[in-house]
Design a binder for this molecule. Structure first.
Ligand code: TXA
Ligand code: MG
Length: 326
């Protein structure tokens, strides 16, 4: 297999793991095998790397990403486990199960990767190459399936190369994936709920829990396509009203700026003073949260261009601005 300039493909061995971990630490994008499908990994704590990851997948939607960690101890630093989550983790990790849990305050996963949510999806993959990479990197790695948006998930390195050549830094070739479908996603935010069927059968999960899993509303997770504003129950919803495409803030508003900001005496945060969409994506959810936390009743949001990551930024802003029941 030969790669285009820009995307290296390396057979998985000890040297490659070191190279891959260093690449992640430098903000790079690294595709790696898990037992389910190949993931496209980025340093979970690096918002700009996460923004580039969404961009590399194309037509980015800013779906929340799964944080991959080496073991349960590392998972506990990311999320809080209740009794049910604890039992599921003990039974199925490492393995093709993802748990959606309340996030820890300093979970090490950027607000962009969480799509601004207070919950986090976390998984301990079983594949020895994924295990070695996560251990070498030492911090959470966010990884959606390593395919272009709208394409099927890749189960070998050639699929990844076909979809993402020239768009990512490195592909760690560990051969074909054994499971071939994505992980099962169970939310333990309340009653354990099946969000996406996957590599661990529902029956096996229900046996461990000793009761049936609740069923998620259609499209709650696992859907690549964005859902109409207000439909995705888990999407980020600020308390403040958002006024989009504002050219100038009004009295009583806070300002979310992009590019050169107008003179304004009220609270202002700038997504990217230099007008860079990658930087803006990385700041989007954290800035919205900070302005919301200030207690402002309304937030004026300056116009953000629609090219590149701008499409996803505008999509998320539209959802955050959508009217919702009190
Ligand atoms: O097997 C897998 O899970 C693969 C490998 C690479 O680990 N990863 C994968 O990631 O399938 P992705 O991004 O293609 O799918 C993750 C799903 C998305 O549908 C997302 O909406 C959902 O997980 N998700 C992530 N965080 C969530 C959260 N806090 N609440 C609800 N759903 C969440
Ligand atoms: Mg996917």
């Amino acid at each position: 297999m030969t790669a285009e300039p820009g995307t290296r493909v390396l057979k998985a061995d000890a040297d490659t793991i070191k190279t891959a971990a260093a690449c992640l630490a430098a903000g790079g994008l690294v595709a790696f095998p898990t037992e389910t499908v190949y993931g496209l990994g980025a340093d979970a704590g690096n918002g700009e790397a996460v923004a580039r990851l969404y961009a590399a997948k194309g037509r980015p939607a800013f779906n929340p990403l799964i944080a991959h960690v080496a073991d349960l101890a590392a998972a506990r630093r990311v999320a809080r486990f209740d009794a049910a989550a604890e039992r599921l983790a003990q039974a199925f990790w490492p393995g093709p199960l993802t748990l959606v849990l309340p996030k820890q305050p300093d979970c090490g996963v950027s607000a962009l990767a969480l799509a601004g949510l207070d919950s986090v999806a976390v998984r301990v993959p079983a594949h020895p190459v994924a295990q070695a990479l996560l251990a070498a990197f030492g911090r959470p790695v966010v990884a959606p399936s390593a395919n272009r948006s709208g394409h099927v998930s890749p189960t070998d390195a050639a699929h990844v190369l076909a979809d993402l050549r020239g768009r990512i830094d490195l592909i760690v070739d560990g051969g074909p994936c054994a499971v071939g479908v994505e992980s099962t996603i169970v939310s333990c935010l309340g009653e354990p709920t099946l969000l996406r069927p996957g590599g661990v059968p529902r029956e096996a999960i229900e046996q461990v829990l000793g009761r049936p899993l609740a069923l998620a509303p259609e499209g709650a997770a696992g859907a690549e396509a964005p859902i109409a504003p207000g439909m995705l129950t888990s999407h980020y919803a600020p308390k403040a009203r958002l006024r989009l495409n504002a050219s100038a803030p009004r009295d009583g508003e806070a300002l979310l700026a992009f590019g050169p900001a107008p003179e304004f005496s009220g609270l202002t945060l700038n997504l990217s003073p230099r007008g860079n969409l990658i930087e803006a994506a990385a700041n989007l959810f954290s800035h919205l949260r900070a302005l919301d936390a200030s207690g402002a009743k309304a937030i004026a949001v300056m116009k953000v261009p629609r090219s590149g990551l701008g499409e996803a930024i505008n999509d998320r802003l539209r959802r955050a601005a959508a009217p919702r029941p009190e």
